[in-house]
Design a protein around this ligand. Structure first.
Ligand SMILES: C[S@@+](CC[C@H](N)C(=O)[O-])C[C@H]1O[C@@H](n2cnc3c(N)ncnc32)[C@H](O)[C@@H]1O
Length: 394
């Protein structure tokens, strides 16, 4: 029996119907016809895999990466980069159909080797990604999404005696490497770490070599980043997003940067700020933000450690512009209620999950109208989509 893929779902999987039941098939493209095997059966839906292709899409290509799709790191490497953009543009416009028309989609200036951070699992000294939603390790020697400096260090990590655990590899504008390792093994640090430009190794939150932070640069602003602070993972598209955010802020604003991480967005907008406040839950990120205000000569900034929901109403000033950049789960009820009560004239919402963004926009519409909305390919070859929404008080 052959089945036709109608379109992709929000996770980049093809959608077809088997006996009227919605069925998701990874690694397929719209209009492809396949025979399939069911791999997971649920009451409301099922997941399957391609058995044979009856008709392949002309837009299908041979994946560049030898580990695709087994390693689970990307979902869309079976088509051209241009087509991934077309598919994601269709998806984002479908999600926001009744909220904003014809959303522009900006491609990443670098579609491959863009990631400044990857986390690899380690089992018996072998490094790799877990396949799909399993704990089956797919050993890798390189990742096509990772910066070349990250790939260069992977062979060294195989020799460090990590044993079992996890390693997060970060690199900066200067191809320096910062490692954070979760493992109870005694590491072998006899290798020449300077060859790989390793500036620091942190094991189980303790520095065991060099520093616990390094400096990165976006649009001429310097950012100190600790091993456990958040930083945007694609510096090429981040540079564009930060310019777009700064351009949308009125001059001389009192800006509140919620979920501020190391202070990156607020500092990027500091030329527009009469006063800048930041709120963030990770202590090291707040220390980074204080340092970053100093090294970027932003004198009018103050930072507050804690949960946004608890701190937002303790900000003393009348705020004109609120920037929110929450994790995937979006804004909680209390934060939305407090923003509506504060009613800043401009509200800027940067989001890495269009579904939670849509949910929150429907609530914010009580007092705000969408002035503009744009999507960005922060995560090429994966299903993820970054959105920026500029809202004005009605
Ligand atoms: C998507 S990141 C954005 C960081 C920053 N805006 C940037 O561009 O680098 C979300 C940040 O929110 C922080 N965070 C998550 N939940 C939080 C909460 N309830 N209150 C305060 N900060 C939170 C995370 O630690 C992370 O730094």
């Amino acid at each position: 029996m052959s089945y036709k893929i109608s379109k992709l779902d929000n996770f980049g999987r093809g959608i077809t119907y088997v006996n009227d039941k919605i069925t998701f098939i990874p690694n397929t493209l719209p209009d492809e016809e396949i025979t399939l095997n069911i791999t997971e059966e649920k009451s409301q839906y099922q997941v399957g895999e391609v058995n044979t292709f009856i008709k392949e899409s002309p837009l299908r290509i041979k994946p560049l990466c030898p580990y695709y799709p087994k390693c689970g790191g990307c979902e869309l490497m079976h088509t051209s980069y241009a087509n991934t953009i077309a598919l994601k543009k269709t998806k984002v416009n479908e999600i926001f159909e009744n909220l904003y028309p014809d959303i522009e989609f900006a491609a990443s200036p670098e579609p491959l080797h863009y990631r400044n951070k990857i986390t690899l699992k380690v089992q018996n000294n072998q490094l790799g990604y877990y396949s799909g939603r399993t704990h089956k390790l797919i050993p890798i020697q390189e990742c096509f999404l990772a910066h070349p400096a990250i790939n260069k260090v992977i062979p060294l990590l195989n020799k460090l005696n990590i044993g079992n655990g996890e390693v997060t590899i970060r690199c900066n504008y200067n191809a320096e490497i910062l490692l954070s390792i979760a493992s109870n093994n005694h590491l072998n640090l006899k290798e020449d770490l300077t060859t790989y430009k390793i500036v620091g190794i942190v094991q189980n939150d303790q520095v065991i070599y060099g520093e616990d932070h390094f400096i990165d640069i976006i649009n001429h602003h310097l950012y100190e980043i600790s091993y456990n602070s958040f930083f945007q993972i694609n510096p090429y598209i981040t540079s564009i997003i930060f310019k777009d955010i700064s351009n949308s802020i009125p001059d001389n604003s009192k800006i509140l940067d919620l979920y501020c991480g190391v202070g990156s967005i607020g500092i990027a907008c500091s030329p527009k700020a009469q006063q800048l406040y930041g709120v963030e839950i990770i202590p090291n990120a707040i220390l980074n933000a204080l340092k970053n205000a100093q090294i970027n000569h932003v004198a009018n900034a103050s930072y507050h450690l804690g949960e946004v929901a608890n701190i937002i109403n303790k900000i003393p000033e009348d705020i004109d512009t609120v920037i929110v950049d929450p994790p995937r789960k979006g804004l909680d009820q209390l934060t939305i209620k407090t923003i509506l009560e504060m009613h800043p004239s401009t509200l800027i919402y940067m989001s890495c999950d269009p579904q939670t963004l849509k949910r929150d926009l429907l609530k914010l519409q009580e007092k705000y109208q969408i002035q503009s909305m744009k999507a960005y390919d922060m995560f090429p070859y994966t299903y993820h989509i970054e959105c920026l929404c500029i809202l004005n008080l009605k």
